[in-house]
Design a protein around this ligand. Structure first.
Ligand SMILES: [Ca+2]
Length: 314
């Protein structure tokens, strides 16, 4: 069945005619060859490097525990008071994190609506008319919308059966994942240019040359991933996290698995977006947003605890 499904996916309506001209023997030969190699390829693709794929096609990668220096020193160009002091933080347990920002396709499958500005029917449709909008990140979502998405996704029968409970990553989990072992301003090093991420390329960072300004979101995974295999941590849509925002929180943050201040109305948003300069896409850059606030440059990615997924045999 898997082979037939794969063949059906590869053969579009436009090339059925061509296929019908292929002699039956050759066609059967091709099926036999694919039946040997294809199952291995698909199995490896789904499990390689700790990546899993859930029932709505979202890919999640396992992030290992570890220590990192959170925040940015005063000497880092663009560093702000709320990124200081730099302090060592330990992420004590592994977790899964979305390889991509949540796409419009995934959001619509789970919630039933697509609020995105840069979508097939959104106000910014002309900007993305030549793109497959399903693979663009969802935006115009509030923190409350993200929580509702996680709740609905976790309640899907297949996800419940797999024991996967979704949530937003904490700010520390997000920055740790964004850095992926790097210590400078970006996971790409000391500079960020138009070939590295989707941001306003008129304002690159470090010695990177000026690049394009798309003025819109881009297909998730269009730029190189970091060493954890995560795409678009810098730019595209800025990402909402679980934590409340505290301007001076880093001064007395716990060193293990910090979860943000206990009180406050605003939440932390990270990574910059298609509309910001490169400095606001730095690993340490943080900003706040009201839980009900929406914008066409805000999106999110989801986390899932490994212990929960592992207990269900994943
Ligand atoms: Ca992003």
């Amino acid at each position: 069945m898997r082979i037939l499904k794969f063949i059906a996916m590869q053969v579009s309506a436009s090339n059925w005619k061509e296929l019908c001209r292929v002699p039956a023997a050759s066609f059967l030969q091709a099926i036999l060859v694919m039946s040997v190699f294809l199952p291995c390829t698909l199995a490896e693709d789904k499990q390689d490097h700790g990546v899993i794929e859930n029932s709505v096609g979202m890919r999640m990668v396992m992030i290992p525990p570890g220590k990192f220096d959170m925040g940015a020193p005063v000497t880092e160009v663009g560093s702000r008071i709320d990124e200081q002091p730099v302090h060592t933080v330990e992420i004590t347990t592994p977790f899964y994190l979305g390889v991509y920002e949540v796409t419009q396709a995934a959001y619509e499958k789970v919630v039933g609506v697509n609020p995105s500005y840069f979508s097939r029917t959104g106000a910014g449709q002309l900007k993305v008319e030549k793109l497959d909008a399903a693979r663009l990140p969802v935006e115009q979502v509030s923190w409350d919308d993200c929580m509702a998405f996680c709740e609905k996704l976790s309640a899907l029968p297949e996800e419940k059966a797999a024991g996967r409970v979704y949530r937003l990553p904490t700010e520390a989990e997000w920055q740790y994942s964004c850095r992926a072992g790097s210590t400078g301003p970006f996971s790409t090093g000391a500079s960020l240019g138009g070939n590295d991420a989707n941001f306003n390329g008129n304002f690159p960072y470090g010695d990177a040359p000026r690049g394009v300004f798309l003025g819109r979101t881009s297909t998730v995974g269009s730029y190189k991933p970091n060493t954890f295999g995560l795409y678009d941590m810098h730019g595209n849509v800025a990402e909402l996290t679980a934590d409340r925002y505290g301007r001076h929180y880093y001064k007395d943050s716990p060193s293990a698995d910090p979860k943000g201040p206990e009180a406050g109305n605003d939440r932390v948003v990270l990574g910059g977006s298609w509309g910001t300069d490169a400095a606001r896409c730095r690993s340490a850059f943080r900003r706040s947003n009201a839980t009900s606030g929406k914008a066409y440059y805000f999106g999110f990615r989801v986390a899932c605890d490994v212990a929960v997924a592992a207990a269900a045999g994943n």
